[in-house]
Design a protein around this ligand. Structure first.
Ligand code: BTN
Length: 233
């Protein structure tokens, strides 16, 4: 089970920096506040102290699979946990965002380090509207701004680690294709007009290797990674 050992510090730069690859698989680092939280593509992740779930998990898959796939596995577990907590579905915006009503409530990042993967997940839990970043690329929300409830962050962390543990076990045993139906059920981009990594078209689903299929006038293009812009209708 993921979550042992667990390192908790009241404050740190980033939980991504607290995990040594010499730790056993499943080690988890958490904090109440990050002073230099890291997002994907070199972005920052900001939190008001004590309001967010901020964690990093050390994974050591034996076979050589891509860190990008684990971002999706983490995204799926996060979206399902948030959906369960809210009692309504959250969506997964490829590759790493979790959205509710089009607003970002969580994000994940996977760092490849000496053959191990440090999977970082941040969830906006108890922020008020004023405590959320106003200038985010995708408008932000917290579970609290969505349903008015203040939650115990540790409890949500337990639920998230349980969901991640189960999804990771499926991925290890059968690969990403076996999680595809669950990912597809939460796919925010499918059918939307997008521009990603220079490719413009209609998102056509997430492939078994974690790439995003985009339908362009020239045919289906599989996109590896990049910044996704959505043409909202
Ligand atoms: C993103 O949306 O671009 C990914 C955000 C990931 C944020 C989490 S918070 C816990 C962990 N520590 C970090 O510095 N980043 C991840």
């Amino acid at each position: 089970m993921l979550g042992r050992p667990r390192i908790h510090v009241p404050e740190c730069e980033s939980t991504q920096l607290l995990l040594d690859t010499a730790f056993p698989e499943g080690a988890v680092a958490t904090t109440d506040h990050q002073t230099a939280g890291r997002g994907r593509l070199g972005r920052t992740w900001v939190d008001a102290p004590g309001t967010a779930l901020l964690c990093s998990v050390l994974l050591k898959p034996e076979h050589d699979r891509r860190a990008a796939e684990l971002t999706l596995v983490g995204g799926l577990a996060t979206a399902e946990t948030i959906g369960h907590a809210l009692g309504r579905p959250a969506q997964l915006k490829w590759p790493n965002d979790v959205l509710v009503d089009g607003r970002k409530v969580a994000g994940g990042v996977a760092d490849l380090r000496e053959g191990a993967v440090v999977l970082g997940i941040g969830v906006n839990v108890n922020q008020t509207t004023e405590q959320l970043p106003a200038d985010a690329r995708t408008a932000a929300a917290s579970l609290r701004t969505i349903d008015g409830r203040v939650r115990e962050i540790d409890r949500l962390l337990d639920d998230l680690l349980q969901a991640l543990d189960a999804a990771y076990a499926v991925w290890l045993a059968d690969g990403l294709p076996s999680l595809r139906p669950r990912i597809a059920a939460l796919d925010f981009l499918r059918g939307r007009e997008v521009t990603v990594d220079g490719t413009a078209g209609v998102a056509h689903g997430i492939l078994g290797d974690g790439r995003l299929a985009v339908e362009t006038p020239e045919g289906i293009v599989a996109v590896e990674s990049g910044e996704t812009h959505v043409l909202m209708s």
